[in-house]
Ligand binder design. Structure first.
Ligand SMILES: Cc1ncc(COP(=O)(O)O)c(C=O)c1O
Ligand SMILES: [Zn+2]
Length: 433
């Protein structure tokens, strides 16, 4: 085994080029994201024979307890990438939620506790900034709906990189504080995410910075594959039957798909037509609308939803997300803000997981699809929870109970206890277990 790991350490580079997703044109592995021939997006291409020679289930299992156990599948050369413990989050068997929904085998992939900033964005940023260092960038940046700003600022601080991040100015307080604590330059733009993104494209042209989701996007987006890898490994080297994940730009969704396919290609898991279902908020549902209307193009929308983290009106990977959802008979569905709050509460009350609005969207869509018969109760289903509820407390503030404030006296407690009807609640809980 030691020898096998040594072989992995000294192994040849497995990523070979940037390749246009539309016309196939190949480019050098620099900071570039758009094809010069057709303006299509660029993606990292790999030598799968080289990957096959370097990985096995045993080698991966003996690797680091982080996304870097899958380094052969990631576009980073260095043997010492930025490792802040990102990845290997719990895959929780959600029995109580499954029973409530009426399905048999449900799992929650819980990136609400991903390190270091409690969202799946730590995966993509760990990869993007590792590559940014290799490409010689000393300042990094991003256009963010909140979580990406948190991750970029934190991981840049750890790596000693200068950092300037851009967000819409009306984000939740937790997202703003969760960026400022790392002391980046934070630009709060008076506009929505799509306007922030447009501004960042201009800044990327005038400053020589590494924008994780613009000129470094081909590397950044590969980080999301690790969610797919981990689920396959945690299910005992098997793919699930059905997955549900949130859609903003659509990148995460398409990369979970790519991750599953790469594990099949590398001989690590058996092939399976996994069904992919995407979740959007009704107030920002350009991909869901295109899916329902049978279109293969996206009509941009103006976001109006509490689910800020997934409020992208003009999604860069929307058309690719549509393709993935259509391939093996998946779905894309949207839910109202009320359903999103109910989804957050349902996950908290049944499984003890406090997710943010994006996770509430995923759970609400999961529920809607089960009720509509679009998820078979027999399917082994995985719902991807991608962010933490403590960052979006505003969403649930007026939908939860209040503490019982009492005097530090036994009688005061007894009165409050009776008032709260807790005994009844305990009876109720006993009937649930
Ligand atoms: C918590 C959370 N979940 C999901 C997403 C969707 O990511 P993508 O843009 O890759 O579709 C985001 C994007 O910002 C997010 O913050
Ligand atoms: Zn092209």
């Amino acid at each position: 085994m030691t020898q096998a790991i040594e072989r992995l350490r000294t192994s040849q580079q497995t990523f070979t080029a940037l390749k246009c997703k539309e016309c196939g044109e190949r480019y050098e592995l620099g900071a570039k994201h758009v094809c010069e021939e057709c303006f299509g997006p660029l993606e990292v291409a790999y030598d799968y024979t080289a990957i096959k020679n370097q990985v096995s289930r045993e080698i991966i299992e003996a690797g680091p307890h982080s996304i870097w156990r899958y380094k052969a599948f990631l576009p980073v050369e260095s043997d010492t990438p930025i490792d802040v413990g990102t990845g290997m989050t719990p895959l929780l068997k959600a029995n109580r939620l499954a029973r409530q929904l009426g399905i048999k085998e449900l799992y929650i992939k819980n990136d609400a506790v991903n390190m270091p900033t409690l969202s799946f964005k730590d995966r993509v940023v760990s990869v993007a900034l590792s590559r940014a260092k290799e490409l010689g960038f000393t300042t990094v940046s991003c256009a963010s709906t909140g979580n990406l700003a948190n991750s970029t600022a934190a991981i840049a601080a750890h790596a000693g990189l200068e950092c300037c991040v851009f967000i819409p100015s009306d984000l939740e307080a937790g997202k703003i504080l969760g960026t400022l604590i790392y002391d980046p330059t934070l630009m709060a733009v008076k506009g929505n995410y799509d306007q922030v993104n447009r501004l960042c494209s201009e800044v990327a042209n005038t400053h020589g910075w590494g924008f994780v989701n613009i000129n470094l996007r081909p590397y950044y987006s590969e980080g999301s594959k690790t969610l797919g890898f981990e689920v396959a490994e945690q299910l005992g080297w098997e793919l699930p039957d059905h997955i549900v994940a949130p859609l903003a730009s659509g990148s995460l969704f398409t990369k979970i798909y790519k991750g599953f396919n790469e594990f099949v290609e590398a001989g690590l898991v058996a092939a399976k037509d996994v069904r992919f279902s995407g979740a959007q908020a009704e107030g920002c549902s350009p991909i869901s609308q295109a899916y329902k209307e049978g279109r293969d193009f996206i009509k941009p929308v103006k976001p109006n939803t509490i689910a800020n983290s997934i409020a992208i009106g003009n999604p860069a990977d929307g058309v690719y997300a549509l393709e993935v959802a259509r391939k093996p008979h998946g779905n894309i569905e949207d839910v109202t803000d009320e359903e999103i709050v109910a989804g957050m509460k349902l996950l908290a009350e049944t499984e003890g997981i406090f997710t943010e609005t994006a996770g509430g969207t995923t759970i609400a869509v999961l529920k809607k699809l089960v009720e509509a018969g679009k998820i078979n109760p027999e399917e082994r289903t995985v719902a991807f929870i991608t962010g933490n509820g403590l960052k979006t407390t505003e969403a649930v503030q007026s939908h939860i109970g209040e503490p019982h404030t009492i005097e530090p006296k036994l009688e005061s407690f007894e009165r409050a206890w009776e008032r709260a009807g807790t005994l009844n609640r305990l009876d109720w809980q006993q009937t649930q277990v």
